[in-house]
Design a protein around this ligand. Sequence first.
Ligand SMILES: [Zn+2]
Length: 101
Amino acid sequence: MAFSQEFLADRRRHLAAKLEVTIEATEREELPLLPAALRYKEDEHIPQIISAIKRIDLGTYGTCFDCENEIPKERLLYHPHVERCVPCQKIFEAKEKKSSF
Ligand SMILES: [Zn+2]
């Protein structure tokens, strides 16, 4: 395990706070259906936040989706919901831009 339990617990608290739900609620299976989360439709990161909490529980949090390297701790501190390291995120966004034309 690359990240300390303390770090992961802290990130989990942060993510849960973003959803304005309690830690207890995020531990339930029905998390994606929580009305409290769905009220925040203006926050486009909701699916990523929910997914990040699940990755913390699964023990895969902080691993880049594309290159599978560890995402730097500093990045996770600023953006706890991120799914990619900076280089992969740039490639991903460049691809998304292209495909939208
Ligand atoms: Zn990467």
